[in-house]
Design a protein around this ligand. Sequence first.
Ligand SMILES: Cc1cc2nc3c(=O)[nH]c(=O)nc-3n(C[C@H](O)[C@H](O)[C@H](O)COP(=O)(O)O)c2cc1C
Length: 389
Amino acid sequence: MPTTPILSPTRLGPLSLRNRVVKCATYETRARGGLVTDALIDWHREVAAGGVAMTTLAYCAVAAEGRTFADQIVMRPEAAPGLARFAAAMHAEGAKAALQLGHAGWFADPKATGARPVGPSGTFSLHAQRFARALTPADLDRLERDFAAAARIAVGAGFDGLEVHVGHGYLLSQFLSPYNNRRRDEWGGSLENRARFPRRIVRAVRAAAGRDVAIWAKLNMEDGFANGLTVEEGIEVARMLERDGALDALQLTGGHTTKTPMFLMRGASPIDALFAREPHPVRRVVLRFGAKLVMRNYPFEEAFFLPLARRFRAAVRLPLMLLGGVNRQATMEAALGEGFELLALGRALLRQPDLVRRLEAGDFDGTLCNHCNQCVAYVGHEPTTCPLR
Ligand SMILES: Cc1cc2nc3c(=O)[nH]c(=O)nc-3n(C[C@H](O)[C@H](O)[C@H](O)COP(=O)(O)O)c2cc1C
Protein backbone atom coordinates (compact mmCIF):
# COMPACT_ATOMS: atom_id res chain seq x y z
CA MET A 1 0.00 0.00 0.00
CA PRO A 2 1.34 3.46 -0.85
CA THR A 3 2.34 5.42 2.23
CA THR A 4 1.61 8.75 0.61
CA PRO A 5 -1.02 9.83 -1.94
CA ILE A 6 1.86 10.99 -4.16
CA LEU A 7 2.47 7.32 -4.92
CA SER A 8 -1.16 6.44 -5.61
CA PRO A 9 -1.98 5.51 -9.22
CA THR A 10 -4.32 7.71 -11.20
CA ARG A 11 -5.69 8.28 -14.66
CA LEU A 12 -4.92 11.04 -17.13
CA GLY A 13 -7.44 10.84 -19.95
CA PRO A 14 -6.94 7.36 -21.40
CA LEU A 15 -3.70 6.72 -19.50
CA SER A 16 -3.08 4.84 -16.27
CA LEU A 17 -0.26 6.51 -14.36
CA ARG A 18 1.65 4.70 -11.62
CA ASN A 19 1.83 7.77 -9.38
CA ARG A 20 1.34 11.54 -9.39
CA VAL A 21 4.79 12.76 -10.39
CA VAL A 22 5.46 13.97 -13.93
CA LYS A 23 8.83 15.15 -15.18
CA CYS A 24 8.10 18.45 -16.94
CA ALA A 25 9.95 19.58 -20.05
CA THR A 26 13.48 20.87 -19.45
CA TYR A 27 15.31 21.25 -22.75
CA GLU A 28 17.94 18.51 -22.73
CA THR A 29 20.50 19.75 -25.30
CA ARG A 30 21.08 16.14 -26.27
CA ALA A 31 19.46 15.95 -29.72
CA ARG A 32 21.72 16.12 -32.75
CA GLY A 33 20.70 17.24 -36.21
CA GLY A 34 17.11 17.39 -35.04
CA LEU A 35 17.11 13.71 -34.11
CA VAL A 36 16.97 11.65 -30.91
CA THR A 37 20.36 10.44 -29.65
CA ASP A 38 21.32 7.64 -27.26
CA ALA A 39 22.41 10.29 -24.76
CA LEU A 40 18.94 11.83 -24.86
CA ILE A 41 17.31 8.46 -24.25
CA ASP A 42 19.74 7.57 -21.46
CA TRP A 43 19.09 10.83 -19.68
CA HIS A 44 15.32 10.31 -19.65
CA ARG A 45 15.77 6.62 -18.86
CA GLU A 46 17.39 7.60 -15.58
CA VAL A 47 14.37 9.77 -14.72
CA ALA A 48 11.97 6.99 -15.74
CA ALA A 49 13.90 4.42 -13.71
CA GLY A 50 13.78 6.90 -10.84
CA GLY A 51 10.08 6.22 -10.62
CA VAL A 52 8.20 9.13 -12.24
CA ALA A 53 4.85 8.27 -13.80
CA MET A 54 5.71 10.07 -17.03
CA THR A 55 8.63 12.00 -18.49
CA THR A 56 8.37 14.74 -21.09
CA LEU A 57 10.67 15.03 -24.09
CA ALA A 58 11.18 18.78 -24.22
CA TYR A 59 10.40 21.24 -26.89
CA CYS A 60 10.12 19.34 -30.15
CA ALA A 61 9.64 21.89 -32.93
CA VAL A 62 6.66 21.28 -35.18
CA ALA A 63 8.45 23.13 -37.98
CA ALA A 64 12.13 23.86 -38.62
CA GLU A 65 11.42 27.62 -38.57
CA GLY A 66 10.22 27.35 -34.95
CA ARG A 67 13.55 26.33 -33.43
CA THR A 68 15.64 28.26 -30.95
CA PHE A 69 18.49 25.74 -31.23
CA ALA A 70 19.90 24.28 -34.43
CA ASP A 71 20.02 20.71 -33.08
CA GLN A 72 16.53 20.70 -31.59
CA ILE A 73 14.24 17.86 -32.63
CA VAL A 74 12.09 18.78 -35.62
CA MET A 75 9.00 16.63 -35.98
CA ARG A 76 9.46 15.09 -39.40
CA PRO A 77 9.42 11.49 -40.65
CA GLU A 78 13.21 11.05 -40.23
CA ALA A 79 12.79 11.70 -36.51
CA ALA A 80 10.28 8.88 -36.05
CA PRO A 81 12.66 5.91 -35.52
CA GLY A 82 14.55 7.73 -32.75
CA LEU A 83 11.31 8.84 -31.15
CA ALA A 84 10.09 5.23 -31.19
CA ARG A 85 13.28 4.08 -29.43
CA PHE A 86 12.75 6.84 -26.87
CA ALA A 87 9.16 5.85 -26.11
CA ALA A 88 10.06 2.14 -25.90
CA ALA A 89 12.90 2.88 -23.46
CA MET A 90 10.55 4.80 -21.14
CA HIS A 91 7.97 2.01 -21.32
CA ALA A 92 10.64 -0.54 -20.41
CA GLU A 93 11.12 1.40 -17.16
CA GLY A 94 7.37 1.44 -16.44
CA ALA A 95 6.97 5.14 -17.26
CA LYS A 96 4.81 6.85 -19.85
CA ALA A 97 6.43 8.96 -22.54
CA ALA A 98 5.20 12.47 -23.28
CA LEU A 99 6.39 14.89 -25.92
CA GLN A 100 6.18 18.67 -25.91
CA LEU A 101 5.07 20.20 -29.20
CA GLY A 102 6.37 23.72 -29.61
CA HIS A 103 7.18 26.57 -31.94
CA ALA A 104 9.15 29.61 -30.79
CA GLY A 105 7.50 31.99 -33.27
CA TRP A 106 8.77 35.52 -32.78
CA PHE A 107 11.92 34.53 -30.87
CA ALA A 108 13.02 31.56 -32.99
CA ASP A 109 16.71 31.96 -33.65
CA PRO A 110 17.52 32.93 -37.29
CA LYS A 111 21.05 31.58 -36.73
CA ALA A 112 19.55 28.18 -35.98
CA THR A 113 16.82 28.23 -38.62
CA GLY A 114 18.29 30.33 -41.42
CA ALA A 115 14.87 31.97 -41.64
CA ARG A 116 13.22 35.16 -40.48
CA PRO A 117 11.16 34.51 -37.36
CA VAL A 118 7.39 34.54 -37.69
CA GLY A 119 4.86 35.70 -35.13
CA PRO A 120 1.35 36.97 -34.68
CA SER A 121 2.62 40.47 -35.56
CA GLY A 122 5.70 41.97 -37.20
CA THR A 123 7.24 43.26 -33.97
CA PHE A 124 10.97 43.49 -33.21
CA SER A 125 12.45 40.57 -31.28
CA LEU A 126 15.52 41.43 -29.24
CA HIS A 127 16.21 37.72 -28.83
CA ALA A 128 16.22 37.09 -32.59
CA GLN A 129 17.54 40.60 -33.28
CA ARG A 130 15.10 40.79 -36.17
CA PHE A 131 11.62 42.01 -36.96
CA ALA A 132 9.33 39.01 -37.13
CA ARG A 133 7.17 38.43 -40.18
CA ALA A 134 3.46 38.53 -39.30
CA LEU A 135 1.82 35.19 -40.07
CA THR A 136 -0.66 35.21 -42.94
CA PRO A 137 -3.89 33.18 -42.96
CA ALA A 138 -2.11 30.70 -45.27
CA ASP A 139 0.73 30.39 -42.71
CA LEU A 140 -1.84 29.65 -40.00
CA ASP A 141 -3.29 26.87 -42.15
CA ARG A 142 0.19 25.44 -42.68
CA LEU A 143 0.99 25.63 -38.96
CA GLU A 144 -2.21 23.77 -38.18
CA ARG A 145 -1.07 21.04 -40.58
CA ASP A 146 2.42 21.09 -38.98
CA PHE A 147 1.06 20.61 -35.45
CA ALA A 148 -1.26 17.85 -36.66
CA ALA A 149 1.51 16.07 -38.58
CA ALA A 150 3.81 16.34 -35.56
CA ALA A 151 1.12 14.81 -33.34
CA ARG A 152 0.69 11.91 -35.78
CA ILE A 153 4.45 11.26 -35.81
CA ALA A 154 4.60 11.23 -32.00
CA VAL A 155 1.61 8.90 -31.67
CA GLY A 156 2.98 6.64 -34.40
CA ALA A 157 6.25 6.45 -32.46
CA GLY A 158 4.41 5.21 -29.37
CA PHE A 159 4.19 8.34 -27.22
CA ASP A 160 1.43 8.26 -24.61
CA GLY A 161 1.04 11.97 -24.00
CA LEU A 162 1.30 15.19 -25.98
CA GLU A 163 1.90 18.55 -24.38
CA VAL A 164 0.98 21.57 -26.51
CA HIS A 165 3.16 24.50 -25.49
CA VAL A 166 0.83 27.44 -24.88
CA GLY A 167 3.13 29.12 -22.38
CA HIS A 168 6.36 31.02 -21.80
CA GLY A 169 5.88 33.38 -24.73
CA TYR A 170 6.20 30.61 -27.35
CA LEU A 171 4.16 31.00 -30.53
CA LEU A 172 0.75 29.99 -29.17
CA SER A 173 1.29 32.04 -26.03
CA GLN A 174 2.38 34.96 -28.28
CA PHE A 175 -1.10 34.82 -29.81
CA LEU A 176 -2.64 35.10 -26.35
CA SER A 177 -0.39 37.96 -25.30
CA PRO A 178 -1.41 41.52 -26.24
CA TYR A 179 2.32 42.34 -26.07
CA ASN A 180 3.03 40.14 -29.09
CA ASN A 181 -0.36 40.02 -30.76
CA ARG A 182 -1.23 43.38 -32.31
CA ARG A 183 -3.39 41.89 -35.07
CA ARG A 184 -6.58 43.60 -36.17
CA ASP A 185 -8.12 40.57 -37.85
CA GLU A 186 -10.06 37.68 -36.33
CA TRP A 187 -6.81 36.38 -34.69
CA GLY A 188 -6.12 39.49 -32.59
CA GLY A 189 -7.73 42.12 -30.41
CA SER A 190 -10.32 40.62 -28.06
CA LEU A 191 -9.38 37.67 -25.88
CA GLU A 192 -11.77 35.52 -27.90
CA ASN A 193 -9.79 36.43 -31.02
CA ARG A 194 -6.36 36.03 -29.41
CA ALA A 195 -7.34 32.58 -28.13
CA ARG A 196 -8.71 31.49 -31.51
CA PHE A 197 -5.42 30.18 -32.95
CA PRO A 198 -4.22 28.27 -29.84
CA ARG A 199 -7.69 26.69 -29.58
CA ARG A 200 -7.62 25.75 -33.25
CA ILE A 201 -4.21 24.11 -32.80
CA VAL A 202 -5.28 22.16 -29.71
CA ARG A 203 -8.34 20.83 -31.55
CA ALA A 204 -6.18 19.92 -34.57
CA VAL A 205 -3.71 18.05 -32.35
CA ARG A 206 -6.56 16.08 -30.78
CA ALA A 207 -8.10 15.29 -34.17
CA ALA A 208 -4.74 14.04 -35.44
CA ALA A 209 -3.76 12.13 -32.31
CA GLY A 210 -7.04 10.38 -31.58
CA ARG A 211 -8.45 9.50 -28.17
CA ASP A 212 -5.88 6.89 -27.09
CA VAL A 213 -3.30 9.45 -26.02
CA ALA A 214 -3.49 12.08 -23.32
CA ILE A 215 -3.23 15.68 -24.48
CA TRP A 216 -2.75 18.71 -22.30
CA ALA A 217 -1.68 22.32 -22.76
CA LYS A 218 1.19 23.85 -20.85
CA LEU A 219 -0.73 27.06 -20.35
CA ASN A 220 0.37 30.46 -19.15
CA MET A 221 -1.77 31.57 -16.25
CA GLU A 222 -0.31 35.06 -16.80
CA ASP A 223 2.67 36.57 -18.61
CA GLY A 224 3.89 38.48 -15.56
CA PHE A 225 4.25 41.99 -17.01
CA ALA A 226 2.07 44.97 -17.94
CA ASN A 227 0.49 44.50 -21.38
CA GLY A 228 0.93 40.75 -21.16
CA LEU A 229 -1.76 38.11 -20.62
CA THR A 230 -3.46 38.76 -17.26
CA VAL A 231 -4.56 36.09 -14.83
CA GLU A 232 -8.23 36.94 -15.42
CA GLU A 233 -7.66 36.37 -19.14
CA GLY A 234 -5.68 33.20 -18.44
CA ILE A 235 -8.61 31.80 -16.47
CA GLU A 236 -10.95 32.64 -19.33
CA VAL A 237 -8.62 30.84 -21.79
CA ALA A 238 -8.61 27.80 -19.50
CA ARG A 239 -12.42 27.84 -19.55
CA MET A 240 -12.47 28.10 -23.34
CA LEU A 241 -10.07 25.17 -23.65
CA GLU A 242 -12.20 23.17 -21.26
CA ARG A 243 -15.35 23.93 -23.26
CA ASP A 244 -13.63 22.84 -26.49
CA GLY A 245 -13.31 19.36 -24.99
CA ALA A 246 -10.03 18.47 -26.71
CA LEU A 247 -7.82 18.35 -23.61
CA ASP A 248 -7.36 15.88 -20.77
CA ALA A 249 -5.59 18.34 -18.48
CA LEU A 250 -3.76 21.63 -18.12
CA GLN A 251 -0.22 22.09 -16.86
CA LEU A 252 -0.21 25.53 -15.28
CA THR A 253 2.73 27.83 -15.81
CA GLY A 254 3.46 31.51 -16.34
CA GLY A 255 6.05 33.98 -17.59
CA HIS A 256 7.47 34.99 -20.91
CA THR A 257 10.92 33.80 -22.00
CA THR A 258 11.99 37.13 -23.48
CA LYS A 259 10.28 39.45 -20.98
CA THR A 260 9.98 37.71 -17.61
CA PRO A 261 12.14 34.59 -17.84
CA MET A 262 12.69 34.30 -14.10
CA PHE A 263 8.96 34.57 -13.40
CA LEU A 264 8.63 31.06 -14.82
CA MET A 265 11.24 29.45 -12.58
CA ARG A 266 12.30 31.82 -9.74
CA GLY A 267 15.53 31.74 -7.78
CA ALA A 268 19.07 32.92 -8.55
CA SER A 269 19.80 34.66 -11.83
CA PRO A 270 21.87 32.57 -14.25
CA ILE A 271 22.95 35.65 -16.30
CA ASP A 272 26.65 35.46 -15.45
CA ALA A 273 26.76 31.76 -16.32
CA LEU A 274 24.80 32.39 -19.53
CA PHE A 275 27.22 35.17 -20.44
CA ALA A 276 30.19 32.88 -19.88
CA ARG A 277 28.76 30.26 -22.28
CA GLU A 278 27.47 32.59 -25.00
CA PRO A 279 29.76 32.51 -28.05
CA HIS A 280 27.89 35.11 -30.12
CA PRO A 281 29.29 38.65 -29.64
CA VAL A 282 25.99 40.56 -30.08
CA ARG A 283 24.20 38.16 -27.72
CA ARG A 284 26.98 38.68 -25.20
CA VAL A 285 26.35 42.43 -25.29
CA VAL A 286 22.60 41.87 -24.97
CA LEU A 287 23.18 39.54 -22.04
CA ARG A 288 25.67 41.82 -20.33
CA PHE A 289 23.61 45.01 -20.55
CA GLY A 290 20.05 44.13 -21.63
CA ALA A 291 19.42 40.99 -19.62
CA LYS A 292 20.00 42.64 -16.27
CA LEU A 293 17.14 45.01 -17.14
CA VAL A 294 14.86 42.30 -18.53
CA MET A 295 15.60 39.59 -16.01
CA ARG A 296 13.93 40.99 -12.95
CA ASN A 297 14.68 38.82 -9.96
CA TYR A 298 11.96 36.68 -8.46
CA PRO A 299 13.00 35.03 -5.21
CA PHE A 300 12.29 31.32 -5.02
CA GLU A 301 9.30 30.22 -2.99
CA GLU A 302 8.10 26.67 -2.51
CA ALA A 303 5.16 26.00 -4.88
CA PHE A 304 5.45 29.53 -6.22
CA PHE A 305 2.57 29.11 -8.69
CA LEU A 306 0.15 27.66 -6.13
CA PRO A 307 -1.67 30.94 -5.29
CA LEU A 308 -2.40 31.54 -8.99
CA ALA A 309 -3.12 27.88 -9.69
CA ARG A 310 -5.76 27.81 -6.94
CA ARG A 311 -7.77 30.35 -8.94
CA PHE A 312 -7.66 28.02 -11.93
CA ARG A 313 -8.59 25.06 -9.73
CA ALA A 314 -11.68 26.97 -8.66
CA ALA A 315 -12.57 27.95 -12.25
CA VAL A 316 -12.32 24.70 -14.23
CA ARG A 317 -12.99 21.02 -13.71
CA LEU A 318 -10.23 19.79 -16.01
CA PRO A 319 -7.49 17.83 -14.22
CA LEU A 320 -4.62 20.16 -13.37
CA MET A 321 -0.88 19.60 -13.06
CA LEU A 322 0.66 21.86 -10.44
CA LEU A 323 4.11 23.05 -11.51
CA GLY A 324 6.69 25.44 -10.13
CA GLY A 325 8.90 24.74 -7.14
CA VAL A 326 6.92 21.70 -6.00
CA ASN A 327 9.80 20.41 -3.97
CA ARG A 328 8.70 18.93 -0.66
CA GLN A 329 6.61 15.94 0.26
CA ALA A 330 4.25 18.03 2.41
CA THR A 331 3.73 20.50 -0.47
CA MET A 332 2.95 17.66 -2.86
CA GLU A 333 0.49 16.04 -0.48
CA ALA A 334 -1.22 19.36 0.28
CA ALA A 335 -1.55 20.12 -3.46
CA LEU A 336 -3.16 16.73 -4.10
CA GLY A 337 -5.45 17.42 -1.15
CA GLU A 338 -6.49 20.70 -2.79
CA GLY A 339 -7.54 18.88 -5.94
CA PHE A 340 -4.48 19.10 -8.19
CA GLU A 341 -4.31 15.68 -9.83
CA LEU A 342 -0.65 15.68 -10.85
CA LEU A 343 2.62 17.28 -9.80
CA ALA A 344 4.98 18.45 -12.54
CA LEU A 345 8.59 18.75 -11.42
CA GLY A 346 11.58 20.13 -13.30
CA ARG A 347 14.69 21.16 -11.40
CA ALA A 348 14.02 18.87 -8.45
CA LEU A 349 14.30 15.92 -10.87
CA LEU A 350 17.39 17.35 -12.57
CA ARG A 351 18.96 17.32 -9.12
CA GLN A 352 17.54 13.96 -8.00
CA PRO A 353 16.15 11.82 -10.85
CA ASP A 354 15.42 9.10 -8.28
CA LEU A 355 13.17 11.37 -6.22
CA VAL A 356 10.15 9.04 -6.47
CA ARG A 357 12.20 5.98 -5.50
CA ARG A 358 13.36 7.96 -2.47
CA LEU A 359 9.75 8.78 -1.60
CA GLU A 360 8.92 5.10 -1.86
CA ALA A 361 11.77 4.26 0.47
CA GLY A 362 10.83 7.02 2.93
CA ASP A 363 14.16 8.61 2.13
CA PHE A 364 13.13 11.97 0.65
CA ASP A 365 13.63 14.97 2.84
CA GLY A 366 12.79 17.70 0.31
CA THR A 367 14.73 18.60 -2.79
CA LEU A 368 18.47 19.14 -2.79
CA CYS A 369 18.00 21.69 -5.60
CA ASN A 370 18.97 25.13 -4.32
CA HIS A 371 17.50 27.06 -7.32
CA CYS A 372 20.92 28.31 -8.37
CA ASN A 373 19.60 27.90 -11.95
CA GLN A 374 23.03 27.00 -13.25
CA CYS A 375 21.24 24.23 -15.18
CA VAL A 376 19.62 26.95 -17.29
CA ALA A 377 23.00 28.16 -18.54
CA TYR A 378 23.67 24.75 -20.11
CA VAL A 379 20.56 24.92 -22.28
CA GLY A 380 21.47 25.07 -25.95
CA HIS A 381 25.22 24.93 -25.26
CA GLU A 382 26.03 21.69 -23.43
CA PRO A 383 23.97 18.73 -22.22
CA THR A 384 21.62 20.20 -19.60
CA THR A 385 22.84 19.07 -16.21
CA CYS A 386 22.59 19.89 -12.54
CA PRO A 387 26.15 20.89 -11.63
CA LEU A 388 25.44 20.01 -7.99
CA ARG A 389 24.98 16.32 -8.78
C1 LIG B 1 17.11 23.79 -17.53
C2 LIG B 1 15.68 24.09 -17.82
C3 LIG B 1 15.17 23.89 -19.11
C4 LIG B 1 13.82 24.14 -19.38
N1 LIG B 1 13.32 23.86 -20.63
C5 LIG B 1 11.98 23.97 -20.85
C6 LIG B 1 11.41 23.55 -22.07
O1 LIG B 1 12.08 23.04 -22.98
N2 LIG B 1 10.07 23.68 -22.22
C7 LIG B 1 9.27 24.22 -21.22
O2 LIG B 1 8.05 24.32 -21.40
N3 LIG B 1 9.79 24.62 -20.05
C8 LIG B 1 11.10 24.49 -19.83
N4 LIG B 1 11.62 24.82 -18.60
C9 LIG B 1 10.70 25.25 -17.53
C10 LIG B 1 10.26 24.05 -16.70
O3 LIG B 1 9.51 23.15 -17.45
C11 LIG B 1 9.39 24.50 -15.51
O4 LIG B 1 8.26 25.17 -16.04
C12 LIG B 1 10.13 25.40 -14.51
O5 LIG B 1 11.48 24.97 -14.35
C13 LIG B 1 9.45 25.41 -13.15
O6 LIG B 1 9.39 24.10 -12.60
P1 LIG B 1 10.44 23.63 -11.41
O7 LIG B 1 10.35 24.67 -10.34
O8 LIG B 1 9.91 22.30 -10.98
O9 LIG B 1 11.80 23.56 -12.03
C14 LIG B 1 12.97 24.61 -18.34
C15 LIG B 1 13.49 24.80 -17.04
C16 LIG B 1 14.82 24.54 -16.78
C17 LIG B 1 15.33 24.73 -15.37
